[in-house]
Design a protein around this ligand. Sequence first.
Ligand code: MN
Length: 130
Amino acid sequence: MSQRILLIEDNEQNRYLATFLLERAGYQVVSAEDGAKGIALAKQLLPDLILLDIQLPTMDGHTVARVLREDVTLRHTPVVAVTSYAMAGDRERCLAAGCTGYIEKPINPATFIQEIGAYVAADASDGVEP
Ligand code: MN
């Protein structure tokens, strides 16, 4: 069964590009355009990985990450922040908020899937399934 990725991203073009690349690589993608919807979908679907934009309306990505980490069913789900290089200190704040790692925005189509794959594989290797 293909792995499912939840994409929390408010920008439609960014959603389109990430979804295109991920689906082409065989992932199932479910997306949400704000943090509240993303959190609700995460609880409902228990995705294999969450891609989290940091600059979101209403509730920023750091807050979303903290809420996800407070949920016992999502505590070990890889959360990869998508951070803008221009935002100084953003990465450290992402990790402090509970994100597993981060990738740089804008997404690089040449390396994106490889970057995502590292987080999914890292999660699978310490999982309970044989
Ligand atoms: Mn955004």
